[in-house]
Write a protein that binds this ligand. Structure first.
Ligand SMILES: Nc1ncnc2c1ncn2[C@@H]1O[C@H](COP(=O)(O)OP(=O)(O)O)[C@@H](O)[C@H]1O
Ligand SMILES: [Mg+2]
Length: 266
């Protein structure tokens, strides 16, 4: 396993025009770990992962992704699987499941290159990993929300990523399907040395699985093992993001309320 962290944030601030979205973020995600990124709507979670991917530039500070400034990732970029928060894919478009998954290889094969038999085989392998190989020839428009989500994850997996970033992958799913997806992602992590970063609202379910969590509220409010982060005296004070706790099996279930999204960090 590589000792280079998967991602390092060093005093990172990000702005949209002049509006700060992230301020002075410093932490490091070790290679091979499973992290949850939590926080209310608008707390900067998507901004954080986009900055790590080089889709946004920091206003201040430095980011290293797999040891490189994101703009200089070069070939390493193909080792990152990314499931964006709002899939840009038009699901009414007449595409077969297998084609959607093969789109994940475009970074490698170029947009207008032909999908070869080998690429098809790789796409089928990725579909197997999400238990969707039987639906490879289905039209994407015929799938349920949960099935589509699995297809999008297969599209991220097809490159056999060293780093997998999922931005709220359960947003379109009901609670049962969401738990299923979390436990399935956890199984994927146990299988190998992949670094997984899961952005979510749902710390309760996810903290059963992740090694560490980072809680954002424009600033980094807390980070560490779920057990330590969740055992503070005052979650409200610690998170500063309107955390509500209630029982959920062994693990406290926390929902980060949206109403505090616009609150200024302390
Ligand atoms: N493209 C954009 N232009 C301007 N402001 C943005 C843009 N994207 C996000 N923001 C703002 O940045 C802040 C953080 O957003 P985001 O990272 O999407 O939060 P989260 O993913 O935690 O919901 C919010 O206040 C949001 O309105
Ligand atoms: Mg987001």
């Amino acid at each position: 396993m590589s000792s280079t962290p998967a991602i390092e944030f060093d005093r990172v601030s990000v702005r949209y025009d002049r509006l700060p979205a992230l301020e002075d973020i410093s932490f490091s995600i070790p290679s091979g770990s499973f992290w949850g990124i939590i926080g209310a709507n608008g707390s900067g979670k998507s901004t954080l992962v986009k900055t790590a991917l080089g889709l946004l530039q920091p206003y201040e500070g430095e980011v290293r992704t797999m040891g490189f400034p994101p703009a200089q990732l070069g070939q390493q970029r193909a080792r990152i699987g990314y499931v964006p928060q709002y899939a840009e894919l038009d699901f009414s478009f007449p595409l077969q499941v297998i084609d959607v998954v093969a789109m994940g290889l475009y970074g490698k094969i170029g947009l207008f290159r032909r999908v070869t038999r080998e690429h098809r085989r790789m796409a089928l392998d990725a579909l197997k990993r999400v238990q969707m190989e039987d639906l490879a020839d289905r039209q994407i428009s015929e799938l349920s929300g949960g099935q589509r989500q699995r297809v999008l994850i297969a599209r991220a997996l097809v490159v056999q990523p060293a780093l997998l970033i999922l931005d709220e992958p359960t947003a379109a799913l009901d609670h049962g399907s969401a738990e299923g997806l979390y436990s399935w992602i956890n199984a994927l992590h146990s299988e190998g040395e992949m670094t997984i970063i899961l952005v979510t609202h749902d710390i309760g379910v996810v903290s059963q699985y992740v090694d560490s969590i980072a809680c954002l509220n424009r600033t980094l409010v807390a980070h560490g093992r779920p057990k330590d982060v969740l055992s503070g005296d005052s979650l409200e004070q610690m998170y500063g993001c309107g955390a509500v706790l209630f029982g959920h099996g062994e693990v406290p279930h926390m929902v980060v309320s949206a109403r505090d999204a616009d609150r200024q960090p302390e």
